[in-house]
Ligand binder design. Structure first.
Ligand SMILES: Nc1nc2c(c(=O)[nH]1)N[C@H]1C(S)=C(S)[C@@H](COP(=O)(O)O)O[C@H]1N2
Ligand SMILES: [Mo]
Length: 209
């Protein structure tokens, strides 16, 4: 039996707004939202392209731009940093009812990683750059909130490839498009840059609801 439906969204298709995204959701299990952690097998995927497969052994995260020290961190180095866990609802702006999952994340605070690079006075944004060509920006004040994470685990397991292995952003209370998957670079900048969806008119301060 096929557990999942796969939809390629077309211009104007249905109620979904993120034209051209690939969306996969489990239509049987959509009710898993309130309270309990969503089984990973029922968690939706939303992405602009196919899943890039990254190698955790050779992976490096670069922090670049308007910083005192550009740094490059291996996955091992990131995992050796102080760990944070939190439960959070990741929700896509294009259909926040169906495209919604409760996840127990584990990772490190983004602010810790930025701290290693020492952002210069006057920086206003970080831009996540990902292996699929996706970008998303965060204002520096949101990047530095204590529950904004770079996560490498979900529900006690390594992140599955389709959910961002080896590293993705977790931005509690903000829409899913800020939760960049497969991050390879964090560019710190004094410029008011916009990410992929922000540039297409979605809110730059992406507070839910
Ligand atoms: N690299 C990358 N990250 C991405 C996206 C993408 O297309 N590429 N889509 C975003 C959108 S619009 C949403 S709603 C969430 C969905 O996360 P999920 O697929 O793990 O549920 O990922 C976000 N992160
Ligand atoms: Mo989304």
């Amino acid at each position: 039996m096929r557990r999942r439906s796969f939809l390629k969204l077309m211009a104007g298709a249905g109620a979904f707004g993120l034209t051209g995204s690939y969306v996969r959701l489990n239509l049987r299990d959509v009710a898993h939202s309130s309270g309990t952690v969503t089984p990973i097998s029922s968690w939706y995927d939303v992405q602009i392209s196919s899943t890039p497969i990254l190698d955790g052994e050779t992976y490096e995260l670069r922090v670049t731009g308007d910083v005192k020290n550009e740094v490059s961190l291996t996955l091992q180095q990131i995992k050796a940093m102080p760990r944070s866990t939190l439960r959070d609802t990741i929700q896509c702006v294009s259909d926040p009812f169906f495209l919604k999952a409760e996840v127990l994340w584990e990772g490190t605070q983004l602010s810790q990683v930025l701290g290693l690079a020492e952002p210069l006075p006057g920086v206003v944004k970080v831009l996540f750059r990902s292996a699929d060509g996706y970008t998303a920006d965060l204002p520096i004040w949101k990047a530095n909130e204590q529950d904004t994470l770079l996560a490498y685990m979900a529900d006690g397991q390594e992140l599955p490839p389709e959910h961002g292995y080896p590293l993705r952003a977790v931005v509690p209370r903000w829409w899913g498009y800020t939760y960049s998957k497969w991050i390879t670079e964090i560019q710190v900048t004094k410029e008011n840059v916009l990410g992929y969806w922000e540039n297409l008119g979605y809110p730059d301060v992406a507070r839910k609801g």
